[in-house]
Design a protein around this ligand. Structure first.
Ligand SMILES: [Zn+2]
Length: 88
């Protein structure tokens, strides 16, 4: 496609969702899921502390993993935006 298509893209709506991009949506969903999983684990840990569970430490390991998952998902999402430019 030539310059006409680029021109169309430029005149599209401004803002975060100006260009449809299934890959961006997929990465965004994955990031959201990872963030939700992390929140759930933190809530479970708080419940375990409240209930006097002696194995609270096991939650820390799972929370650390979930934090790493969330960071990776965020990084992938941001890298996609930087490479693909679909947030412009
Ligand atoms: Zn994209």
């Amino acid at each position: 496609m030539g310059p006409a298509r680029a021109e169309t893209a430029r005149w599209g709506k401004k803002g975060a969702m100006s260009k449809p991009c299934p890959k961006r949506d997929e990465l965004s969903d994955r990031w959201n899921a990872a963030a939700n999983a992390l929140r759930d684990l933190e809530a479970l840990k708080i419940g375990a502390i409240r209930d006097g569970d002696r194995q609270v430490a096991q939650w820390d390991a799972r929370i650390q993993e979930a934090q790493e998952d969330e960071r990776l998902a965020q990084r992938e999402y941001e890298r996609h935006l930087a490479i693909h430019g679909c947030n412009e």
